[in-house]
Design a protein around this ligand. Structure first.
Ligand code: KG4
Ligand code: ZN
Length: 343
C-alpha cells in the first residue's frame, strides 16, 4: 500500500510517500522561516496563504521523488489536528481534492501521534509498546504508545512548549528564528554550569512540564539585578551570551531527561522514542543516551523525521488505515486536537 502524507499544521508545507508499513519513498518540505522572520513568530494568515501557494507543488515533488504517479497512490493521509486552523484547512482541502481525483480513501491524522511514531520508519526492530517524548514548538508531552490504537498522554506542559521556549530565548539573545538550532549552536561554545536556571516541577503532576518560569529567569538574568538594564546588554554581562545559551539549554534538557526517565521507570518500558523539532538537539541526544539505565533503548529519528514532515503523517495514516478506519469527505479540522473521537 502506497500512502501520500500531507502536513500543513503550522509553518511547514510537507508531503511524503510511504510504502506501508514503514518504507519512506520521499519526504519533501517547504519551510516558511523567511516569511515570518520579521514578525518574531509564525503569523497564521501568512502561513495559510503560503500553504495555498505551495501545497500542490510540494505534493508534486513528493510524488516525483518517490517515482510514482497519483494514480498509483492507495490512500491519502493528512494532518487535521492539532495546529493552526487556517493552515490545517489548506492541507485538508488539498487532500480531499486528491482523494476525489484519484478515488482513494482519505484519513485524518493527529500531528503529535505522528511525531510519536515517526521513529518506526528508521528502526526496523522498534515496536509497540513504547514511551514517546514529543518536544516541538507547539507541544511538549510524554505519551504511552501501547499499540497503534492506544496512544495515551502521561504528562504535558502546563504553559510553554520546549521549542517555544528556545525560540523566545533566541529572540532575547538576538538570534534568528527558529531559535532552537541557533541557541544550540551558540551553546556549543558556552559553559552549561555558568548560571543555574530553574528546573520547574509541577505540583501533584510528576510527569508534567513547565517552561515559562525558565524563560522569565533568562530574561531577568539578561536585564540584570533589579531589572536595571532596559535592554538586555551584552556588554554588561559578567558571562558571555554563549554561557547563557548553554545554561538555558542545559536546564531544558535536564527537565526533558528527568521526566522521560521517570516515566520509563514507572511504565517499565524498554523503548523510549523521541520526536518533534527539539529532538534534533544534540545535548538532549547525548544526555538521554548517557542517562538511560541499562535495558532502555533510546530511539531518535533522523533530523528530517524529527521536524514536521509528510512521511510521518503517511506512516501514522497507514497505521490508522490498517485498523480498517477511514474518514469521509466531511473531515473537519481541530486546533487543539480534541473533539469527537477520530480514528
Ligand atoms: O516539530 P517542529 O518542527 O514544529 C512544530 O510542530 O512545532 O518543531 C519546531 C521547534 C522550534 O521551536 C525549534 O526552535 C525547535 O523545534 N528546534 C530545536 C532544535 N531544532 C529545532 N530546539 C532545540 N534544539 C534544536 N537543535
Ligand atoms: Zn510538529
Amino acid at each position: 500500500m502506497l500512502v501520500l502524507g500531507i502536513d500543513t499544521s503550522c509553518d511547514d508545507t510537507a508531503a511524503g510517500v510511504l510504502r506501508a508499513p514503514r518504507e519512506i519513498l520521499s519526504n519533501e518540505v517547504a519551510t516558511q522561516y523567511d516569511l515570518h522572520a520579521a514578525f518574531g513568530g509564525v503569523v497564521p494568515e501568512i502561513a495559510s496563504r503560503a500553504h495555498t501557494e505551495r501545497v500542490t507543488l510540494v505534493v508534486e515533488r513528493a510524488l516525483k521523488e518517490a517515482g510514482v504517479s497519483l494514480g498509483e497512490i492507495d490512500a491519502i493521509a493528512v494532518t487535521n489536528r492539532p495546529g493552526l486552523i487556517g493552515s490545517l484547512m489548506v492541507g485538508v482541502a488539498a487532500a480531499k481534492s486528491l482523494a476525489i481525483a484519484a478515488d482513494i480513501p482519505l484519513v485524518g491524522v493527529h500531528h503529535i501521534e505522528a511525531h510519536c511514531v515517526a521513529a518506526l520508519a528508521e528502526h526496523d526492530d522498534l515496536d509497540y509498546p513504547f514511551l514517546a517524548l514529543v518536544a516541538s514548538g507547539g507541544h511538549t508531552a510524554l505519551y504511552h504508545c501501547k499499540d497503534p490504537g492506544t496512544i495515551e498522554v502521561l504528562g504535558q506542559t502546563i504553559d510553554d512548549a520546549a521549542g517555544e521556549c528556545f525560540d523566545k530565548v533566541a529572540k532575547m539573545l538576538g538570534l534568528p528564528q527558529p531559535g532552537g538550532p541557533a541557541v544550540s549552536k551558540l551553546a556549543e561554545g558556552g559553559n552549561p554550569k555558568a548560571v543555574r536556571f530553574p528546573r520547574a516541577r509541577v505540583k501533584d503532576d510528576p510527569l508534567a512540564f513547565s517552561f515559562s518560569g525558565l524563560k522569565t529567569s533568562v530574561l531577568y538574568y539578561l536585564k540584570g539585578p533589579g531589572g536595571k538594564r532596559e535592554q538586555p546588554d551584552r556588554e554588561d554581562l559578567e558571562i558571555s551570551y554563549a554561557d547563557v545559551a548553554a545554561s538555558f539549554e542545559q536546564a531544558v534538557v535536564d527537565v526533558l531527561v528527568d521526566r522521560s526517565l521517570k516515566a520509563a521507570a514507572q511504565l517499565g518500558v524498554t523503548e523510549l522514542v523521541v520526536g518533534g523539532g527539539v529532538a534534533a538537539n544534540r545535548r538532549l541526544r547525548s544526555d538521554l543516551a548517557e542517562g538511560a539505565p541499562q535495558g532502555l533503548n533510546i530511539r531518535f529519528p533522523s533530523m528530517a523525521l524529527c521536524a514536521d514532515n509528510g512521511a510521518m503523517i503517511a506512516l501514522r495514516g497507514a497505521e490508522v488505515l490498517q485498523r480498517g478506519l477511514t474518514d469521509t469527505l466531511d473531515l473537519d479540522v481541530s486546533a487543539t486536537g480534541e473533539g469527537p473521537p477520530l480514528p
